[in-house]
Design a protein around this ligand. Structure first.
Ligand SMILES: N[C@@H](CCC(=O)N[C@@H](CS)C(=O)NCC(=O)O)C(=O)O
Length: 210
């Protein structure tokens, strides 16, 4: 399997899950602004949406959309003996996992962070999306204020997606917009060895590719 990813982009969540689970996946960096691979190939020729993440299975099938890719990676990790990143369908935890993936994907990622970091977004749009971010971050903070994980009792794909969003807020200087209750959760997420490895690798790559 191949994962197309871009440094510090939302594909960080997939990269993190791959390192957490030791799933053997080739990581293929994309220069997202130029829509180019390091071979010089046009990224649109691989991925018509021009976005990351994209997962390519060994039979050539492509899967896009972070929530779908994260769940597919977690299912493959379980088949390889590294389960637990995705609760079983039909359980309360699975319902809650879908709820949080959707909240992070739509409310935090696309509503707030995407416009905030789009170079061509008008300043008024950036201000508006930053204004909304505080409330969205407070919603996740309320959830994790007294628990180590978003869902159930172990790190899941929802925590991987949230880890990316919080990492971007912190690294960019946007911060947590006054959201209260994230400190313990964020400290233990950042302390995960796989998180540190992803951040170091993507931080280096960002300087050359972005
Ligand atoms: N709906 C997609 C959105 C993915 C997305 O926004 N990816 C961003 C990076 S965080 C991207 O590829 N941006 C480049 C672009 O939109 O042209 C998903 O959930 O995976």
């Amino acid at each position: 399997m191949d994962l197309y990813y871009a440094p510090m982009a939302c594909s960080f969540a997939c990269h993190l899950l791959i390192r957490e689970s030791s799933l053997p996946v080739n990581l293929i960096p994309v220069a997202l602004l130029r829509k180019q691979l390091d071979t010089g190939a046009d990224y649109f020729s691989v991925a018509p949406k021009g976005q990351v993440p994209v997962l390519r299975f060994d039979d050539g099938r492509l899967l896009t959309e972070n929530s779908a890719v994260l769940q597919a990676l977690a299912r493959h990790a379980a088949l390889e003996g590294y389960g637990g990143y995705l609760p079983n369908p039909g359980t309360v935890e699975h319902d809650e996992l879908l709820e949080w993936l959707s909240f992070i994907g739509t409310e935090i990622h696309k509503l707030c962070l995407y416009p905030l970091f789009q170079r061509d977004a008008p300043d008024a749009v950036k201000e508006w999306s930053q204004g909304l971010l505080a409330g969205r971050l407070q919603t996740v903070a309320d959830r994790v204020a007294h628990r180590p994980f978003l869902v159930g009792d172990r790190f899941s794909v929802a925590d991987a997606y949230l880890a990316w969003a919080l990492m971007l807020c912190e690294q960019s200087g946007v911060g947590f917009q006054g959201a209260k209750g994230l400190d313990a959760y964020w400290a233990q997420t950042k302390a995960r060895p796989a998180f540190g490895e992803c951040l170091a690798l993507e931080g280096r790559l960002y300087k050359t590719l972005a």
